[in-house]
Design a binder for this molecule. Structure first.
Ligand SMILES: C[S@@+](CC[C@H](N)C(=O)[O-])C[C@H]1O[C@@H](n2cnc3c(N)ncnc32)[C@H](O)[C@@H]1O
Length: 162
């Protein structure tokens, strides 16, 4: 069975008149690669991409202070290149662009002036090849706090400003 990402809006239905009118428009198995363009189209319609940044406990986080999330680059790679194309990132940091390109069977060139970041980029590419790289799958719904978590509470010192 395909391993899908649960749909964010599973209750969505087809709205255009026709055979599918009012039927669920999503996939009961969730988002999977065959849904890719549908979910990207939905987000384009929404006019912005909502992708968590690489802070706190993000699985892709390295020591780089301004690392891109892989998904951000993946979307561009898929939108603007074909399988086998070259992708160049002259400010490659820890290799996010190269990882995103390789994930989708593109070739990549990455420049980076800091040796420490080059090393991390190399290790990420090796981990990708070995199947051990931790990353957030494209299209994974963003965790919404329930309100009960400690980090979702308004700090006591802020209450005086309300
Ligand atoms: C915004 S960061 C890129 C982060 C990258 N997108 C990632 O996810 O890891 C820009 C990077 O460009 C590098 N850089 C700046 N000037 C450079 C230059 N002249 N040649 C190569 N790399 C450079 C910096 O060291 C920094 O790591």
């Amino acid at each position: 069975m395909p391993c899908g990402v649960p749909a964010k809006y599973p209750g969505k239905t087809h709205f255009k008149p026709g055979a599918n009118y009012a039927k669920p428009s999503g996939n009961p198995l969730g988002k999977n690669p065959s849904d890719l363009w549908e979910f990207l189209r939905d987000e384009w319609d929404g006019a912005f991409w909502d992708i968590p940044n690489c802070k706190a406990n993000h699985p892709e986080k390295t020591e780089h202070p301004c690392q891109f999330p892989i998904e951000l680059v993946e979307r561009c790679v898929l939108a603007f290149t074909d399988v086998g194309d070259w992708v160049l990132d002259p400010f490659g940091g820890v290799g996010t662009t190269a990882v995103a390109a390789a994930l989708h069977q593109r070739r990549a060139v990455s420049f980076e002036r800091e040796m420490a970041y080059q090393q991390i980029a190399l290790e990420r590419m090796q981990a990708l090849q070995a199947g051990t790289l931790r990353y957030r799958p494209m299209g994974k719904p963003i965790h919404e706090p329930t309100g009960g978590e400690k980090v979702a509470q308004v700090p006591a010192q802020w209450l005086q400003h309300r």
